[in-house]
Design a protein around this ligand. Sequence first.
Ligand code: EPU
Length: 341
Amino acid sequence: MQVDIQKNIKLSSFSTLKIGGRAKFFVVVKNEDEFLAALTWARKKSKKIFILGGGSNTLFSDSDFDGLVIKNEIRGTELVSENENSVIIKSYSGETWSKLVNFAISRKYYGAENLFYIPGTVGASPVQNIGAYGVELKDIFYNLCAIDLENGEKKHFNLKDCQFSYRHSFFKGEGKNRYFILWVAIKLSKKEKFNLDYGDIRNKLLAKGIEKPSLEDVSSVIQEMRNDKIPNPAVLANAGSFFKNPIVDSTFFEKIKSEFPDIKSFPDLKGVKIPAAWLIEKCGLKGYRYKNVGVYEKQALILVNYGNAKQEDLLFLVEFIRKSVFDSFAIILEPEVNILK
Ligand code: EPU
């Protein structure tokens, strides 16, 4: 099979941060065979590959990528099976995550609605175990199929194989750069079942006079909450949360709390999760600007590109923030965004 390899394509237009040099080689794949053909091409020419989904969590380098960028546009969503209580639905990895959630909401399947409006593709969702408003992908995950980049063979992964934890999975650890995720299946409930306990969801519904919400009510409140805090990348370039919220042990947390009684926290299986936005704001950096990049004025965990920024500038700001937080709290912030150097 022939693939249409393009040359010298600007990567900034494929990242919601709007930063990056060019890809020496670039190809769009729309099905599995095209993906395999692209992989074979790269192998024959000994070129490294980078698999690109929605570009909503990627910070490209200012220098050119000397390899093949494979833009995944393998799409399609379908019902796999159902019983009286639940359904399994599957989307190919180049589908947008929102499409999968909309598919679920319109058919009255419960469980994905708190993850409404998260940008990016289905294929990226298990890599970083996407999460929002008290729900993570792992809570609804069923299984996935991935292609081993070494030998082109398919392998299925169940929940345990994926080793999900907060914004982490096998595909970010041991399995990093080894697999191409082809499709992801999720299991949802046919019986009404909501997660309304996180933050202000319930209060926002009540403020609208809604006591018994529908799936549409919940998803529209989630969308409003996101819109309040996360700028639309088409208007102000960003990649959502730039850092992960750090998890510390409870003794350490109590020590910080004695010094900063107003510190916010969330329980976590591995300890106490502290909002990185709170730490950054406490360092006086909310709204801070360096050259053409800055800390978003309404949400301190979001870094924005005001226009024509360089990766170099953003990385300078990132290190400045990390140093400030470390100097004030002895906490190391880890980026959530995938940084290509
Ligand atoms: N806060 C501040 N200052 C700010 C913003 C927030 O002090 O400028 C404090 C507030 O106390 C707030 C707390 O931080 O209660 C948490 O803020 P928010 O609810 O906005 O969530 P977050 O922890 O900053 C996480 C996810 C988001 C997800 C939201 C909602 C991570 C890295 N980020 O952000 O995911 O939408 O919760 O569930 O866990 C993403 O991954 O790109 C993303 C946007």
